[in-house]
Design a protein around this ligand. Structure first.
Ligand code: IDP
Ligand code: MG
Length: 138
């Protein structure tokens, strides 16, 4: 499982027409697309996806935001995928993200930060299965 990660292009980046630019950065960094869909989360689904953050003060804001518009969900394959993708996207807060990272280039704020990236191999597997059946993975 260590070669797989899960990402979303979040509503702010979709709204600003950054899908193409972000996918180009992902492909140029050596990730292969294993599964992908353009969809919108209901509040219920966003709440379930981010359940691990339920006790954090921004949980309600996060669920409202992530269900506010369409997203691109994708599973990506590369050696060392989880860690390498976190490096590619940069810090959660774009003002602290390194130069040349996806969040530095495309994010608006700590909440509307353009992309999601899994934080562990275990969560990558859980998150991929949340969005995709085995028939949707290639
Ligand atoms: P990550 O996306 O870099 O892994 P997490 O700490 O897992 O960051 O937080 C999940 C998401 O919750 C972030 O990507 C961001 O959209 C939102 N978030 C994190 N911290 C804050 C905050 O302090 N205020 C508002 N939203 C936040
Ligand atoms: Mg996280």
């Amino acid at each position: 499982m260590s070669n797989l990660t899960f990402t979303m292009i979040k509503p702010d980046a979709v709204e600003k027409n950054y899908i193409g630019g972000i996918l180009k950065m992902i492909n140029d960094a050596g990730f292969r697309i294993h599964a992908m869909k353009f969809t919108q989360l209901s509040k219920e689904a966003a709440g379930k996806f981010y359940e691990v953050h339920k006790e954090r003060p921004f949980y309600g804001e996060l669920v409202d935001y992530m269900s506010s518009g369409p997203i691109v969900a994708a599973v990506l394959i590369k050696e060392n995928a989880v860690a390498d993708f976190r490096t590619l996207i940069g810090a959660t807060d774009p003002t602290k993200a390194a130069e040349g990272t996806i969040r530095k280039i495309y994010a608006q704020s700590i909440a509307a930060n353009a992309v999601h990236g899994s934080d562990s191999d275990e969560n990558a597997g859980i998150e991929a299965s949340f969005f995709f059946s085995s028939l949707e993975r290639f």
